[in-house]
Every structure is written in structure tokens, then in C-alpha cells.
Write a protein that binds this ligand. Structure first.
Ligand code: EPU
Length: 305
């Protein structure tokens, strides 16, 4: 039976601040995707918890959105409720930092450098939020958030507030219990990381150098979703795409970056269907040429059928 009953719709429409048929494309780094059937922007964890609990009680599908940097939203949009998580507070106690899930990783990287803390410079290469980084163990330059994470705080619908240590999160290369395991549907409210005291100016110099290097190898000024595929063990998706002769391959207004083979760029007006066709074409061609099955890193959500 569909969740779309009169009482569920009445409940959704009565949520404070809710918007119907709200555009999502502009809330993703790809700039692609249809609308959210219902959309809420929430910062207070209690308010997010209440909204999620309400959805669970009524079997209403919900999706938690951060900075929308690793998402491909279907052209027909997302059914149910999309909650954009915007809690951006942070707290520094000695060398430990607790940051709200809605804070951007790049912003936090600058905040901790200002506080003369080291060990978080890699985050300057991570476009998403703290919550998104925990959700999929995001990282850059070979360093992932799991290497500095002490705990994540959040809640599981029906089971209330929880604090998860790294083993409970089963973090691994672009995966976690939140994305792929027992904690699916749970909300990350904040994350605590352990850093070291050091010279903040040195951290800033290193971040500037890393950003320069990244801008030479990745199309960072374009509309994209970051890496499209996970790197297969011992190899690089970008290298494989290049070797398959697919740089510059196009479907509609979606094109495989000529700078980095593991990026797809929305040249303007690309549809989710364009991108998906291109992803599938790349997977088929790399499999045919090299026998390697690429696995998308980008998360495809919404109504595809
Ligand atoms: N390469 C090519 N052709 C290309 C692209 C890359 O031959 O078109 C080669 C490079 O020369 C290099 C190797 O492939 O020898 C690896 O490339 P690169 O250093 O650019 O890193 P990557 O493995 O493609 C990873 C992360 C990025 C992160 C960079 C920088 C994944 C899937 N990607 O990319 O993360 O920014 O390292 O450290 O793990 C993301 O996850 O969204 C992301 C952008």
C-alpha cells in the first residue's frame, strides 16, 4: 500500500516551514535533478528527529541532504520528504573538535587551522559536509575522515539518540553502516575529531598548495559530483576511463571531463538521464576493454522509473 494517504499528506503539509515541489537542482553541485515532493531545511537536531520519527510512523520515504555534492537526483525528483540538514555549529576543546553535520568540510578545515590545529588539512579537498563525510568516509589525498574520527553523534528512528564509535560506523573506503549497513536511515547530528596542536599558518600554506594541485588535475570550477566511480582496488577509475578513450565522451549536455576521466561535467542543462546514460556507457566500455567492473561512487536517488 502506498504511504500517500490523506492523513500523511495532511501531516506533511502542516510541518512548519515545509515547501512542496521544491527545486533541488540548485542544491546539488551537479546542478541536476527534479524537485522534492516536500522539502524542509532544519538545523535543530530535535526538529530533524521529530520530522524523521513522523515519517517513519507513516512510512513516508525521507532523504537527508547535506551539500548535495555526491548525488545524482533523478529528473522526476524525489518522493516523500527531503530534509536539508543545516546545523553548522562547532566546538573546540583542546585538540578535540565537535562539528555539526551541516558544516562544510572545507570550512571546518579553515576553522581548525585558525585554531592552530593540524591533521585536518585533507578536508580542504572534500566538497561536502561533515555529515556527508561520515556517511561515506570521504577523504582526499589518500586520507579519509575515519583516520581522525573519534565518534559521531546522532539518532536512529525509534531508538533515540546514540553515539557511535568508529567500529560501530564500519567506515571503509566510501562506505559506512550509515550508507550501506545497519545504520541506514539514521541521522548524523555531529562528529568529533581528534587533531594535533601545531602551526596553523603552516596548515594554511599546505592547504593552499593542495588546492592549487587539485585545480590542475580536477575540473573544480565546473558543475560536477566529484569522483563518479570508486577506484577499483589497486587501480584508478580516472586512468581506466582515459585508457578506454572516453575522455570527452558525451550524452546530451553531460561530458566526461577532458581533465580527469573520473569526473562528469554538466555543461549546462544536462539531465540526470544524460548523466546516467554516460555512466552506464563508461561502465560497459571499461568492462569490455579491461574486464574491470567500475562501481559508481555517486549516489543515485529519486524516481528513476
Ligand atoms: N589518472 C589518469 N587519467 C585521468 C585521471 C587520473 O591517468 O584522467 C591517473 C593519475 O595520473 C594518477 C591516478 O590516475 O596516477 C590517480 O588520479 P588522481 O591522483 O587524480 O586521484 P584519483 O584516485 O582519481 C582520488 C579521489 C578524489 C580525490 C583525489 C585526490 C576517489 C574515487 N577519488 O582521486 O576524491 O580528490 O584522489 O587525492 O577515491 C571524490 O571522492 O569525490 C574525490 C574527488
Amino acid at each position: 500500500m502506498s504511504w500517500r494517504t490523506r492523513s500523511s499528506l495532511t501531516w506533511l503539509r502542516a510541518l512548519a516551514g515545509v515547501k512542496a515541489d521544491e527545486t533541488l537542482a540548485s542544491r546539488t553541485s551537479f546542478g541536476i535533478g527534479g524537485p522534492a515532493e516536500f522539502f524542509l531545511e532544519l538545523g535543530r537536531p530535535e526538529a530533524i528527529e521529530k520530522a524523521i520519527e513522523g515519517c517513519c510512523q507513516r512510512d513516508i520515504p525521507y532523504l537527508l541532504l547535506g551539500a548535495g555534492t555526491n548525488l545524482l537526483i533523478a529528473d522526476r525528483g524525489i518522493e516523500g520528504l527531503v530534509i536539508r540538514v543545516v546545523n553548522r555549529e562547532h566546538e573546540i576543546e583542546g585538540t578535540r573538535v565537535r562539528a555539526g553535520a551541516g558544516l562544510k568540510m572545507m570550512r571546518l578545515a579553515r576553522i581548525v587551522a585558525d585554531a592552530n590545529l593540524r591533521g585536518f588539512e585533507f578536508a580542504i579537498g572534500v566538497p561536502g559536509t561533515v555529515g556527508g563525510a561520515v556517511y561515506q568516509d570521504a577523504g582526499c589525498w589518500g586520507k579519509e575522515i575515519r583516520e581522525v574520527l573519534v565518534s559521531a553523534e546522532g539518532f536512529v528512528p525509534g531508538a533515540g539518540k546514540q553515539t557511535w564509535d568508529p567500529p560501530a560506523l564500519t567506515l571503509g573506503y566510501r562506505t559506512s553502516a550509515l550508507r550501506d549497513g545497519a545504520l541506514k536511515g539514521a541521522l548524523v547530528v555531529s562528529a568529533t575529531v581528534q587533531l594535533q596542536r601545531g602551526d596553523g599558518e603552516e596548515a594554511k600554506r599546505l592547504m593552499a598548495k593542495l588546492t592549487r594541485e587539485r585545480s590542475e588535475t580536477q575540473p573544480i570550477k565546473t558543475k560536477n559530483c566529484g569522483s563518479v566511480f570508486k577506484n577499483p582496488t589497486g587501480d584508478s577509475a580516472g586512468r581506466l576511463v582515459q585508457a578506454a578513450g572516453l575522455k570527452g565522451a558525451r550524452e546530451g549536455a553531460a561530458i566526461v571531463s577532458t581533465l580527469h576521466g573520473n569526473f562528469i561535467v554538466n555543461e549546462g542543462g544536462a539531465t540526470a538521464a544524460d548523466v546516467r546514460r554516460l555512466i552506464e556507457r563508461v561502465m560497459v566500455e571499461v568492462k569490455r576493454r579491461f574486464g574491470i567492473q567500475l562501481e559508481p561512487e555517486v549516489e543515485m536517488v529519486g524516481r528513476w522509473k
